[in-house]
Design a protein around this ligand. Structure first.
Ligand SMILES: Cc1ncc(COP(=O)(O)O)c(C=O)c1O
Length: 444
């Protein structure tokens, strides 16, 4: 049999060198404000905060005696459940022998960057950790430009141009990182774009890492699709239970590799790296996670219910933002918004604000609104974009999160749900209105 062409080239593991987090100053200021007893309109904290589903909580309790190290790849019956789940819910061609679980998808992404050779291509903006992962893996990274006028959408032609430009400059693109739904923009990549992107990567012999961790938090306007449907031999799909089941702290992630010889080789690399770095995924969590992938009707319904609430809360904020004249891509999944304040560049300049990092600090200092700067997501520093998250307000404590869920179950009508049960979100959106009034005053 002829040897199959591999989209992956392999690099030995390494780890070193990283810049400190761009969001540190903001976190310190938030803590200062809290210490002073001030209200912070916290739109900076992105974490799904719904309660642990009772059945999953019970499954963890029942497995607490599991004390042994497990295989680095993960328990076979858990991988079988994951494979079936990915095939049914995502139409991802998944095989239990080509699945590896890890303590969150984040270390799996990093391990993939250690295992795969070639430079990293990143969309703009993109999640904060991809570039540091590349840095740690001594990997060059290059940005495919994304512009607010086009909702930061990935244009296949831009991807081709970027590959050509990188090669002309002596670079060696080997991996494309995709993230849909996107943190930070909330946009979903449609099937047509993914098909075109898959064709380019196949042609150029570039592997895709497809971060689909928000895939089950879809707002209903653009169905979730995966690059692996169009480029199965060259796509690794990443996911986990941190977002749609609000279990980030449990640290359970998944990588679905191609069911090919190259996928098998990649699996071996990941087993070695995982085995040497984290040994195995926490045993009781792994046993309990099986339930999360077992197509249990109650759990599926819970996932959909939480996704619907995220959609309502995120769209509520978006609607208010748009009504204030702020440009912002319409969210299609997840719980993030990525507005930009270009319209107020002049008044902001008068206030000494010319970068997104300064804008983020300004809003926190003067209006107690916490956000993250677009530059933390790789946007050009002077682009006045911010990432907002709808996930924290009115769900600050476990009790409040439960109350939001209960209220939705009593009356899911978005209007009443938002007006009667979201005092902090409403105050935050009024405060954003004051910001815009202030900017307008400065322009006159
Ligand atoms: C886009 C994206 N990918 C991956 C992760 C990592 O998730 P985990 O390591 O909990 O699986 C996050 C978490 O914030 C994220 O936003």
């Amino acid at each position: 049999m002829a040897e199959e062409r591999s989209p992956f080239r392999f690099l030995a593991a390494s780890a070193r060198g990283l810049e400190p987090s761009a969001t540190l100053a903001i976190n310190e200021l938030i803590n200062d404000l809290w210490d002073q007893g001030r209200e912070v309109f916290h739109l900076g904290f992105g974490e799904s905060r719904f309660p642990v589903h009772p059945k999953i909580a019970e499954a963890l309790r029942a497995q607490v005696h599991q004390q042994s190290y497990l295989p680095a790849q993960g328990l076979r019956h858990v991988r079988e459940a994951i494979a079936a789940f990915y095939q049914d819910r995502f139409r991802v061609p998944a095989h239990p022998d080509r699945i590896i679980v890890g303590p969150g998808s984040k270390p799996l992404i990093y391990a993939l960057m250690l295992a795969l050779d070639g430079d990293l291509l990143l969309t703009t903006p993109s999640w904060v950790s991809y570039q540091p992962h590349a840095l740690l893996a001594h990997k060059a990274s290059h940005r495919v430009p994304g512009v607010p006028e086009n909702n930061y959408e990935l244009a296949p032609a831009q991807l081709s141009d970027t590959i050509t430009r990188v090669r002309m400059n002596g670079g060696d693109p080997g991996i494309l990182m995709l993230n849909s739904p996107s943190n930070p923009t909330g946009r979903v990549l449609d099937a047509q774009t993914l098909e075109a992107v898959g064709a380019i990567c196949r042609q150029e012999n570039i592997g895709i890492l497809s971060d689909e961790i928000y895939g089950l938090i879809n707002h209903g306007s653009v169905p979730h699709a995966s690059a692996s449907q169009f480029y199965p031999e060259g796509t690794v799909v990443l996911g986990g239970i941190s977002k749609h089941l609000s279990l980030g702290g449990w640290r359970f992630g998944v990588a679905v590799l191609p069911n090919t010889e190259a996928g098998g080789r990649l699996l071996k690399e990941l087993r070695v790296l995982g085995g040497e770095i984290w040994s195995a995924t926490t045993a009781p969590v792994q046993y309990a996670a099986q339930l999360a992938y077992s197509d249990d009707p109650e759990i599926n319904a819970y996932i959909d219910e939480c996704a619907a609430i995220h959609a309502i809360r995120t769209h509520y904020l978006w609607t208010h933002i748009i009504a204030m004249g702020i440009r912002c891509p319409r969210p299609e999944g997840g719980f993030y918004l990525f507005p930009d304040f270009e319209w107020w560049r002049e008044p902001l300049q008068k206030l000494g604000v010319t970068t997104s990092a300064q804008l983020s600090l300004f809003l926190l200092e003067k209006f107690q609104i916490a956000t993250l700067p677009g530059s933390a997501f790789g946007s050009p520093p002077t682009q006045l974009s911010l990432r907002l998250s709808s996930s924290y307000l009115d769900m600050e404590s476990r009790e409040k999160a439960q109350a939001i869920l209960d209220a939705y179950r009593v009356d899911p009508d978005p209007k009443a749900f938002m007006s009667d049960h979201h005092p902090a979100t409403n105050r935050a959106s009024q405060q954003l209105g004051r910001v815009i009034e202030y900017f307008e005053m400065q322009s006159n």
